[in-house]
Write a protein of this length. Structure first.
Lengths: 266, 163
């Protein structure tokens, strides 16, 4: 960094070269704009990665509308809506963290970042309860679909799900899953319903992975912020970290209605 | 969308418009805290709306309504939380390009799927229903899948085959 200052002097700039300005950029504004554009191009690639799954969703929904209608009743709308609100709130605090950094309120930036990370934790905890409930019902897709290892038929003295694999084939087909959905209705799902749950677990799983990565990025930004690396002149990492977090929110904004809400109400 | 006038507070007096880069500090638009809370309130209202609406059945319009509300929410997040509204127009274009290419991707995949054959339940081959010609690939139709599982049923025999 020392020689950067030298070159700056040599170039006779109107402003001195600050520490944060890397040697391959002429001005802070140029560096900021380049970072932003890079982040937006990255966001584009992220959307296209999720896009593959949304495409798979569109096609399987088109092929099996009834299965999707039936299976989506196993997703708890209230838990999904709670998580949506948690993520929207964390997006708000991420945006406020950027604002605080822009106006130079360092402690406030830290507080907002901590709240954002905590909200991400709450999101994952809710997701954990949703996932484990589906495991207990035997709704894990693939060879596990309806597998007795994953389905506990009795919970809290109530029959919540029965794996009927190997039951009388004259009445029930093997690998069909009988389970109580979120509306309290006993549903019988055919084997190919695991397509819905496959999409559910992969889409929310990839999104959950992004939540974990987002938490790590924000934690790194938090540490740098507490070390006093940012100022109203240089807040790019806060801005870009928040952009990543908003992307996580954006994906969930589409996942929530497509998985939890669309379909015939019971 | 990105270059029109606005009435929020500014940290450095003016921005939005292309200005000469004199090597000074970065100029950005800074919205007020209350403004961000307002956007959050709008997002919560839309979330409640989309959940409430899901308890009514509008048939095939269900998915249209849900996606419309989701797109309104996503636009609010992208425009204000992600600062696209006051950012360089080129960033918005890069972002929208993702959806353009996603649209092309989904449309072409649909087109491909529609021109593939269906699995013929009797022979197991893949045929184009209209012509009876053998087609490569192809997704099994719903009825074919049902037939498959019905064939499997007797094989499971006395039920001891699988645990």
């Amino acid at each position: 960094m020392a020689n950067v200052t030298e070159t700056a002097d040599a170039k006779d700039h109107a402003h001195a070269h600050p520490d944060f300005l890397q040697h391959h950029f002429d001005t802070p504004t140029q560096q900021f704009n380049a970072s932003k554009l890079g982040m937006w191009v990255f966001i584009t690639t992220e959307i296209l990665m999720f896009g593959g799954l949304f495409c798979a969703y569109a096609i399987w929904r088109g092929l099996e509308p009834d299965i999707f209608d039936q299976s989506h009743h196993f997703l708890n709308k209230i838990m999904g809506a709670t998580n949506t609100i948690v993520l929207l709130f964390s997006s708000l605090t991420a945006a406020l963290a950027v604002r605080s950094a822009q106006v130079g309120k360092r402690n406030l930036t830290s507080i907002y970042l901590v709240i954002t990370i905590l909200c991400a934790g709450v999101f994952l905890v809710v997701k954990y309860f949703e996932y484990t409930h589906k495991f207990h019902l035997g709704l894990l897709p693939g060879h596990c679909f309806g597998h007795p290892w994953f389905s506990a038929s009795i919970q809290n003295g109530q029959e919540i799900g029965t794996c009927v694999r190997g039951a009388d084939p004259a009445t029930v087909m093997p690998e069909w899953v009988k389970a109580v959905d979120e509306g309290g209705k006993l549903q019988v799902l055919p084997p190919r319903a695991n397509m819905f749950f496959g999409l559910y677990f992969i889409m929310t799983g990839l999104h959950g992975l992004h939540v974990v990565v987002g938490m790590s990025i924000l934690a790194w930004v938090l540490v740098k912020n507490m070390k006093g690396k940012f100022s109203p002149q240089y807040f790019t990492p806060v801005d870009l970290g928040a952009l990543y977090w908003h992307l996580v929110d954006l994906v969930w904004i589409y996942l929530f209605p497509l998985l939890y809400l669309v379909g015939k109400p019971e | 969308m990105s270059t029109s006038e606005h009435a929020h507070e500014h940290a450095h007096g003016h921005d939005d418009h292309e200005e000469e880069d004199t090597g000074g500090p970065v100029h950005v638009h800074i919205a007020s805290t209350g403004f961000y809370w307002g956007i959050f309130a709008a997002l919560i209202c839309l979330t409640i709306l989309t959940v409430k609406v899901s308890y009514y059945d509008f048939g095939s319009a269900n998915i249209v309504i849900a996606l419309l509300i989701a797109t309104m929410k996503a636009s609010l997040v992208a425009a204000f939380f992600m600062h696209l509204r006051h950012d360089k127009l080129f960033n918005t274009l890069a972002f929208l390009a993702a959806f353009l290419f996603l649209g092309i991707f989904i449309l072409l995949t649909y087109d491909d799927l529609g021109n593939r054959g269906r699995v013929d339940p009797a022979y197991g081959g893949t045929v184009i229903p209209q012509t009876g010609l053998v087609a490569p690939g192809g997704a099994p139709s719903t009825s074919a899948t049902q037939d498959d599982s019905q064939e499997e049923a007797p094989k499971a025999g006395g039920g001891e085959k699988k645990e």
